[in-house]
Design a protein around this ligand. Structure first.
Ligand SMILES: [Zn+2]
Ligand SMILES: [Zn+2]
Length: 358
């Protein structure tokens, strides 16, 4: 049965999203029709909406890539078993790899050139329903009843991206994790690094963010506002050394997505240390790349998270080692334009989770 969805379309960069009907056909082979229960509002959505990042799908496009929902139908033959409990609930990964190419076969599906990202390559989750490739959907069957399923929407990007960044860093128990930018993804890097046994130093320009992560895994916090990278380096390295951690076990995470944060994170490198670039800014920065040579240091990029890692992320949440509620707020999807505007003016303290049914 085709479905008529209510969807919020970006028709032109810099203009408000417009809500109207979208007729979705029955899912084809390898596709699933998902009823959206909640969709997170991400900074990337703002980039698409204001025109600073062009989406890959031509406009008009339905944005939104942090979707949790209910599978209503799949295009694959055979009757679906009757739903019980949470068995038909899924999180739609923000990066849906093809599963067949050289990248996917090497376990690097998050770099798959044929990946589909809802709200970028295909219509996304700012809608009551969406059609997605079904192979990479992650079941929430084992999610304990105390977890609010709507909060799992942010696993599709913010939390899973943080998890993959921590894996990419090769973080081990006892390492010093230095997190530059503690809002959004950075707040989850703090929690996940702590859950895996690292000692965490969080850096941010905002005191209130540091207070929040101090209550959720950051052992030490460093306010960087108005200070030079050299001053911050001295303090952060001093803390790590006071713990007896050698720089080979420094795991630096750049999560601010600002030129200043990138320069700061690069400046935290030391002998055999590891930096993972998590945040995004279109702006270029000037750094002395030869420091990598001199320090025998490593920098990794990271993008999204392979769906195969999601069950591990969900386990951390189910066990209460990663909490989402203090970092999010809920709002109806009908407020999406107002919230995009607030995000552009840096007035959103928390990540917004939108309900497309209101
Ligand atoms: Zn995102
Ligand atoms: Zn692939």
């Amino acid at each position: 049965m085709p479905v008529r969805a209510l969807a919020y379309f970006l028709n032109a960069p810099g203009t408000p999203l417009l809500a109207h009907d979208l007729d979705l056909p029955d899912p084809g082979p390898g596709e699933a029709l998902v009823e959206v229960l909640a969709c997170g509002l991400c900074h990337t959505d703002l980039g698409f909406a204001d025109g600073s990042v062009p989406p890959k799908h031509p406009l008009p496009l339905v944005l939104g890539h942090e979707v949790v929902g209910r599978v209503m139908a799949t295009g694959d033959s055979g009757p679906r078993p009757p739903a019980s409990g949470r068995s038909d609930l899924v999180v739609v990964p923000a990066v849906l790899p093809c599963g067949r190419c050289a990248f996917c076969c090497a376990g690097r599906g998050n770099a798959c050139p044929d990946q589909k990202m809802p709200g970028n390559d295909i219509h996304g989750g700012f809608a009551t329903h969406l059609l997605v490739p079904s192979a990479a959907l992650v079941s929430l069957n084992d999610l304990p009843s105390h977890v609010d399923v709507r909060e799992i929407s942010v696993v599709a990007d913010a939390v899973s991206t943080a998890y993959q960044a921590v894996r990419r860093a090769g973080l081990r128990a006892g390492d010093a994790a230095m997190v530059v930018g503690s809002g959004g993804v950075g707040g989850y890097v703090v929690q996940i690094a702590r859950a895996l046994g690292a000692r965490v130093i969080a850096c941010d320009v905002r005191r209130e963010r540091l207070d929040l992560v101090a209550a959720h895994g950051a052992e030490r916090t460093v306010l960087v506002d108005g200070r030079t990278p050299q001053e911050v380096r001295k303090e952060v390295h001093g803390i790590a050394r006071s713990w007896g951690v050698a720089s080979i076990d420094f795991r630096i995470f750049e999560c601010s997505g600002t030129p200043q944060g990138q320069v700061l994170a690069f400046g935290l490198l030391s002998r055999a240390a590891t930096l993972v670039q998590v945040g995004y800014t279109p702006k270029a920065v000037e750094v002395r790349l030869s420091n990598l040579m001199a320090f025998d240091a490593t920098i990794h990029g990271t993008w999204g998270c392979p769906p195969a890692q999601y069950p591990d992320v969900l386990r951390l949440i189910s066990q209460g080692q990663v909490v989402i509620a203090p970092f999010v707020e809920h709002a109806p999807m009908s407020r999406v334009n107002e919230l995009l505007e607030a995000m552009a003016q840096h007035r959103l303290a928390n990540r917004m989770i939108l309900d497309p049914r209101s």
